[in-house]
Ligand binder design. Structure first.
Ligand SMILES: Cc1ncc(COP(=O)(O)O)c(C=O)c1O
Length: 441
């Protein structure tokens, strides 16, 4: 699709803001959980976003437009992490097994309240890659069984399946997703058309990392259920960007990271395991084995006794990752305090503004769909005849603007990706625009 067919019109803009506010209203905002107050938050919108900008550890002299690769950590999360490490070291001898169970339950309950699932359905991990590798390696799949996915999944998520294809002969089928996607029905049609009798798993991203396409998760999961397929969703780019509840999406497994859009400590994330899927997955890192199969429960080991069901079965890293998880919990409280719906609306507003600016640049072809409901805080673009890596280098060297260049199927120059969080500003978008004007001259 060429640039002119993917341009944003005034009608699209109005429809987009309606989607945002209706979506927020339909979901009823974020469910309350153990929020941790983060100092005093300004009441007016202008001051709120100025204050928000000061909350992560971020070099404000440069324009950071790459939270989709790595999110800056909130100061409050870092401070908590340090304090927790300090007290843990001081009290090293007095941590009883029961305390870990209680603490694991408390943290899982907080995250479950935030993301919309039960504490029993959460496994903490070091990120999305680990979460979804747990699924790939834990399901009983045989040679010839098919995994249906797309050609634009993240390497950390697709690689475990590709490895399984080599080791066990499962088949990984990757649908070519067009960019920009024309609508949810196009994605649904492509998946529906590629399912065979051998298909066992549907796997896709909630938000595509390469171009920010928001996939029709609910519809795809519904389709998967109607065909008796397991749905596995990569939510690395969604948590902290979008206001959603897992129970509305209807997936069987969902992996996400706390260290991107949420502002949590590095090396934290989670896997959601729908309650009735727990019997269908084997642990990858068992720390003990029960006497009676088929359910393996590492009941003997410290931190597992009395922990919520999924942590109990699949492995509980809370005793090992307590400090960063407490930091992530603070980040969760921060999003609740500001309001997830408000953060999403701000991200969308900045992204609309960035798209309008990009459209003013001749030769720039936006790859992210503009149709309402199909995009969030990520925009990718391509400039025919100009290497994406030259563009990002020119932006960083000449303008201190950090964007990401990426390879793109069928486009030898690659694409440039920007991601905008609520801490970014309209002035920063203007800096990107001015930088691109010079770099593309
Ligand atoms: C869509 C997507 N999935 C998975 C990952 C890997 O996430 P993690 O580093 O938390 O394992 C990323 C990282 O950028 C991503 O964008």
């Amino acid at each position: 699709m060429n640039d002119s067919t993917n341009r944003l019109t005034r009608r699209d803009l109005i429809a987009s803001s309606l989607v945002t506010s209706l979506g927020a209203a339909a979901l009823g905002g974020s469910a309350p959980a153990a929020a941790q107050p983060i100092g005093s938050m300004p009441a007016t919108t202008k001051e709120l976003w100025q204050w928000f900008r000061t909350q992560p550890v971020l070099d404000l002299q440069r324009t950071y437009l790459d939270v989709a690769t790595a999110g800056p950590t909130l100061r409050a999360a870092m401070a908590t992490e340090y304090r927790v490490r300090d007290s843990q070291s001081l009290n090293v001898a007095s941590f009883a097994e029961g305390q870990w169970s209680a603490e694991s339950t408390r943290i899982a309950t907080a995250f479950g309240g935030f993301i919309g699932c039960d504490a029993d359905e959460i496994v903490f991990t070091r990120g999305t890659g680990e979460a979804l590798a747990t699924v790939a390696n834990g399901l009983d799949l045989n040679a010839g069984d098919e995994i249906l996915t797309t050609n634009r999944e993240h390497p950390a998520v697709i690689s475990p399946w590709l490895l399984l294809a080599r080791r066990r002969g499962i088949v990984v089928k990757q649908i070519d997703l067009p960019a920009p996607l024309s609508g949810p029905e196009q994605a649904l049609g492509l998946f529906a058309g590629a399912v065979t009798d051998r298909t066992k798993v549907l796997m896709f991203s909630h938000v595509q990392y390469a171009d920010g396409t928001l996939m029709p998760v609910q519809e795809l999961c519904q389709f998967a259920r109607s065909r008796n397929l397991i749905s596995v969703v990569d939510g690395a780019q969604a948590l902290g960007m979008l206001d959603f509840q897992l129970r509305d999406l209807g997936c069987d497994f969902y992996g996400t990271s706390f260290h991107k859009w949420l502002g949590g400590s590095n090396g934290t994330g989670m896997l959601y395991v729908r309650r009735d899927m727990l019997d269908r997955i084997w642990p990858s890192l068992p720390r003990g084995i029960d006497a009676s199969p088929p359910v393996i429960t590492p009941t003997q080991s410290n931190g597992h006794v009395g922990a919520p069901a999924a942590l109990h079965k699949l492995g509980n890293i809370v005793p090992l990752s307590w400090a960063p998880l407490r930091g992530a919990e603070v980040a969760l409280g921060f999003h609740q305090q500001v309001l997830r719906s408000r953060i999403e609306a701000r991200i969308r507003e900045l992204t609309i503004y960035a798209r309008l600016r990009l459209q003013q640049l001749p030769g720039v072809e936006v790859l992210t769909p503009n149709r309402p409901g199909l995009w969030g805080g990520i925009l990718s673009f391509h400039v025919p005849g100009r290497l994406a890596s030259d563009i990002t280098l020119g932006l960083v060297r000449g303008h201190r603007v950090f964007a990401r260049d990426m390879q793109w199927p069928g486009k030898s120059e690659g694409a440039v990706r920007i991601s905008l969080h609520a801490f970014n500003t309209h002035d920063e978008v203007d800096k990107l625009f001015a930088g691109l004007q010079q770099v593309l001259r």
